[in-house]
Structures are given as C-alpha cells and as structure tokens.
Design a protein around this ligand. Sequence first.
Ligand code: GLC
Length: 799
Amino acid sequence: MITNTELEYKGNLYPNKIVDFRQDTDKLYFTTENGVILQITVMRNSTIRFRYATGHTFEPDFSYAVSENASRGYNRLEVTETDSEYYIETTRVKILVDKASLRTQISDLEGNILNEDEIGFHWEENYQYGGNTVKMSKITQTGESFYGMGDKATHLNLKGKRVNNWVMDQYAYGKDQEPLYKAIPFYIGLNKNRAYGIFFDNSFRSYFDFAHERRNATSFWADGGEMNYYFFYGPEMSKVVRLYTDLTGTPELPPLWALGYHQSKWSYFPESRVKEIAKQFRDLRIPCDAIYLDIDYMDGFRCFTWDKNHFPEPKRMMKELKEDGFKTVVMIDPGIKIDKDYWVYREAMEKGYFCRRGDGPYMHGKVWPGECNFPDFTNPEVREWWAELYKEFMAEMGVDAVWNDMNEPAVMEVPGKTAPLDTRHNFDGHPCTHRKAHNIYGMQMVRATYEGVKKYVYPKRPFVITRAAFSGTQRYASTWTGDNVATWEHLWIANVQMQRMCMSGYSFVGSDIGGFAEQPNGELFARWIQLGVFHPFCRVHSSGDHGDQEPWSFGDEVTDIVRKFIELRYQLLPYLYTMFYKYVNDGIPMLQSLVHFDQEDNQTHFRTDEFIFGDHILVCPVQEPNAQGRRMYIPRGKWYNFWTEEVVDGGLEKWVPAELDEIPLFIKEGAIIPKYPVQQYVGEVELEELVLDLYYKEGVELSSVYEDSQEGFDYTQGKYSLRKFKLIGKPKQLIVQQYKDGAFTTPYESFRFNLHGLPFKIVEIEIDNEKVALKDLKLNGDNSLTVSKNFTELHITGK
Ligand code: GLC
C-alpha cells in the first residue's frame, strides 16, 4: 500500500531548487534543476490551478471534469521576486513559491495563511505500470475541518479520515465503507472562519488523508497521471462550492415532473402489474409522476429491446400511462450481451466499438445477461452511436427518461468487480488503460445517453439518471446513491450522503427511499419518506426479493403519512424548482449542511443531521425507532416551527417533538415560501393562484420564485418568470416589494398571501400607493389575503 507520509520511504522523489521562471499571460512556469515544472494558472481571482510535470514534460492537457462553460478571467496578476521566493498576487490571494523547494503557500491579502505545502509535491516512479504515483501534502491547521468528497458514507466532517476514489458497485454497503459509486476528488477546508477548496483533477484511483495518519498533515495522491489541482478561495464555504461548481458545471433545468415523486422497483412487470401500481396511486390519491422499469422489461437483459411476453405493446402502454399522468423511465446498462443475433451487439462488433484488453482480445465480463462486451464510451464516435440507439425508444415508442445503472462498470464474479485494469480506452484521443479511464467510464456512458435522450425527446427536456459519477457528471444526469439497505443507520447515511453530494457540486441526488436491500417496517419507511421528500431527487426503489415497498405497503396509518409528505413536496414544487434554478445558474447547492449555512458558528462544524432545504427551510430527520421527537441544533436566527408556528431562537440545541406523522421542520423568519396546490402529477391542475406563505420578521429578508412552462426550452429564450420579493417588517407594518424579471406569463392572476406570525392586527392595506378595501382582498380571519400578481409594493399596516 502506498503511504504518502512515510517520509523516509526511499522511493519518494522531490523537486529541488528553481532554476527557471517564465510567464505566458495567465500561466507561470517554475522549473527546478531536477526537471520538475510547476505550472500555476490564474483562472479567476480566487481560482488558481497548480500542475506539476516531472522530467520536464507535461502530459496533454485534457479533462473530462472541467466544463466548457467554466468562467475565466481575473482583475490582477502580479509577480514579484525576492532572493528566496516568488510571489504571485491576484485581487484575492497571494501565492508564495519557495525557490529552494518549490513548495507553495497561499494566503489572503491580509497575510492569513489559507493553505500551505507540508512536503508539497513529491512522487514515486511506478515500476509496474510506468508513470508516477503523484503526491501532495499540506499542513493541517489546528482546528481545521474538512468537507465534500461526494458520496462518502461517513461523518460529514472528514477530519481524521482517509478516503479513496474508485467508483464501485457496492451492494448493501455499510457506514464508513469505501469506496462507493462516485469519485469526486474535491474537498473544502475550513479554518478560522476561512474556507478554501481543492479539486484534484486526476481520474486515476486517488486517495485523501485528512490528518488521519499524521495530525498535522493532509495529503492526496493518485496512482498515475499528473498532480493537477485547483485551489478555490472563499472565505465563505458557499463561495468555494460555487467556484468548484462553476468549474465543473451544472445541469440544465429538468422538466418539472422530474422533481415530483417517483416509484420504482426491481422490477415491475408484466404490463398488468405496472398498470395496477399506477392505478393504486390514483385510487389512493397519492401523487406520483413517474414509474420505473428495471432490467426485466428487456428481452433477456438485452439493452434497447423489450420482453414481448411481459410488454407486448410498450408504445401503447406508455401512451396510456401518459394519459394518466405517468412518465415511464427505463433502465439501460453498459454491458451488451454477446449474442450474434442481437443487433446492438452486431453493430458494435462490426464498428469495433467494444473495449479491448491490452493484448488485443475483447474485454468481456458477466452482468445480468451473462457474458457481455462493453462499449468504449470514452471514444466520441461510440458515444454518438450510443446516443442514436435511443431514437426508437424515445422518439417512436414514447419512453420519457432513462436511468443508466452498473456503469462503474460493474462486472460480476471477478475480483475487483470491474473491468481488468489492462482494458484499453480511447479517452477522447488520449489512449490509456482502465486504471485511468475507470472513474470516468460511467460518466462518459451517461453523457452519451444524455445526448441521445436530449436529441430524441426534443422539444421536451431530457431527464437522465446515473449510478456511477466523476466530478462534472452533474452536467449530464441526476444520480442516486446505489444499493443501500433498509436500516435506520442507512437513513442516517442517506442524509449525510445527500448533503455531501450537494456540497460537492452535485445537487440532483436522492437515495432509494426505504432502502434497496431488505425491507423496512412501516415506521422506518415513514421516517425515510419524510426525509426523502426534501431531497432533490425523490424516488422509492427497492429490490424485489424483499417484499413490497409502495406507499400503501405498510398499512393505513403509514399510507396516510406518506401521502401527507408527498403532498407537501408537491405543494413545495415552486420552491424546489427555484432552488434548482439557483443551482443551475449560480451553483448554489440545493441542500446546505449547517456548516455551509453558517460557518461562523462553530457549533455547526460537526453537525450531521440538520440541513437547510434551499435557503429558508430547516429539516432534521428522525433517525431512530420509537421516537416522539429528537434533540436537534437550531442554527442562529429566529425560526418558525412549521407545525406549531411557535417561533424559536436558534444558536442552541433543543428538543423538538415529532410523532410519527411529523418531521422537525422550521421556516426561517422573513421567508416567503411559494406553493402550488396538491396535484396528482405535475400539470394535472390549472394553476389559479400562487400561494405565498409569508413568515413575518422584524427586519429585511429576500425570497424569490422562479417559474416557466415546466417543460421545453422556451425559458432559454427569456420565457421565464423570476420574482424577487423583499420583505421589510416593522413593529406595526409589513412591506413586501416585488421585482419581476423575464417574459413568461404565469397562468394564475393572483397571489394568496398567508401571513404567519403577524404581530399586529391589520387595519389598512395599500397596494402600489392605493388603499384597498379589506373585503376586496378576501382578507380572512386566518390572515390570508388575495393580491394581484402584478403588484410592486404592498403595505400592510396594523395597530
Ligand atoms: C443494481 C442497481 C439497482 C437495480 C438492480 C437491477 O443493483 O443499483 O438499482 O435495481 O441493479 O437492475
């Protein structure tokens, strides 16, 4: 095993003194006597790239993670020099490069050290494979905390942990088990209220040690490739996350139905069973937008085929489901059955699209259909071919969306559970073995799927899901956290994983609600649904061997609870959609861990359970059986208990009651929360008004609502509606100002304000400087009033 920090280890090589410096616009090159080159690129004022070559040579500069749309540009770049150091300064950070050792140190402009090399860059030659094991070690500051890293099923704060990145099929994984399905080599360091981030853009298996082996060192290294990392400076953690997300990209807006509730199972078949499930939802009036077909819809697990016995007329079935408001989502895996009579296999074979082993033969492995070959999705031509395979499914048959599974790729009955490491890949023209391509294989598969689905559902929006992911995969697909288990511990894991993924630039994520393996009891299922409706992707999925897992599978009491929470999700759709809009446009994570929400409050640094849904709703799942509530930390500020309307002061731990039909839920004071009526599926109901739940605050608070036609691409041509509300609360007055942007005309004419916590009795209302008779506003005893959606300023005065 490679131990980065065995300082005396003979194999380690280190840069020595700098003998040459050269600047090429935004790129600075420092060359050492022993042939190491450090290239520093100033990408933005707060985003700096560090890249190291050995033997005087860089590899071709190529990354699957970095988005084409990443922002570039800075305001200042100054280089100065002393006898012993170089200094590089932007408007936000100062970087020192030590002339004797090539070590670097990054500080803010006041001189506070943000991040500093310990040994810094060093490497080991890999005699078995060639290339280097590239290593970096940094000084850990006392009191420093670490976050991020994708789907790690461990404490949110990574201090004291060692993790590694190698995407893996991990059926029924456990807490702290590693590695899982995602490889997101990005972490955030937080020290003395200053946050920075590091993204190690290297697709080989990589390792991170957060003061685990040695208390004063944090290190990261990879089995090959280059030491190539990006440094982001906050000081706000939210800014670090935004900068990373800007670099690696965000998805497009999904169709709104993708944010509804989805029902899945391995597997629903035949057609009559699918129909029966769909009917139950409508009969029991439990909202649902999508139903999933797992592998058994296929003919012998051959992708892009149908089992004609179970699904004789898929086109008709999907049409009928659509008429009833259900979208159909089908699974596609990467393994193509070796079968000379199967057209997909034949085509790929004829075109030479399957991966080969180092010595030439085709790479093969066992998956659901038996022995399979695997397309090389890192070849752009293969991706184009793969995208076209969706034509019939999407454009002709009416499949609505696709989930890609097993795309690590998972291979059964072999050590390592994946392709042999000598398997060759095109890597977009940079040929390599699986050691380098493994972590991005699934990403390239789902990228091809996304291109195909997008092309053939047009003019609708694509919706695609993936299991494996590397940094940047969020541009193409939503994701789920794989094969979890129906246990209370897994409820905890799901909560942490979702927060961590959101902090790692990947917000469109959910768990298999209720657990994939084994069967939850009603209580666990209810508690999990209560959490799951606050996750960006909300789907129940489970393995068929373990019994039923539909909302009605656990008796009437649980059915009612499940319905209540799914209904709440549907009411919150405009709020959730606005969160998504902010994620897409500004890189703001849809869920915020408390440390992300308020890093200045040290109490938040080790919290795991509570999170903020969007910017105004505090959620804390109950994660134990037989609970009537729980202790939780309420962040600083004033919060309304959603159920009781009681206002609590945060900055403390508190017991919060929550019987089985409630989850601890709080609304930040001053928030205006938009709501739609309950619908059985998105688009069922014509919107007649927009409910705005307003929570009074003495002071100022901003809220917004983003809307568009919920489908299609008009919104990219300006057809959207973005309303920004400014609430100004005074002891005897409440003012709401509205600023509207965009050319979309919302279908409703009015807002219904529900005024919560108003500390006075209303005596007068003025809209845009005109007094309005209270009766015209349908002012009810419950403090709800109806106001035209076009108002710009609303004054509510009381006594
Ligand atoms: C994998 C997936 C799971 C799916 C099953 C069968 O285990 O993670 O979601 O149901 O394969 O396709």
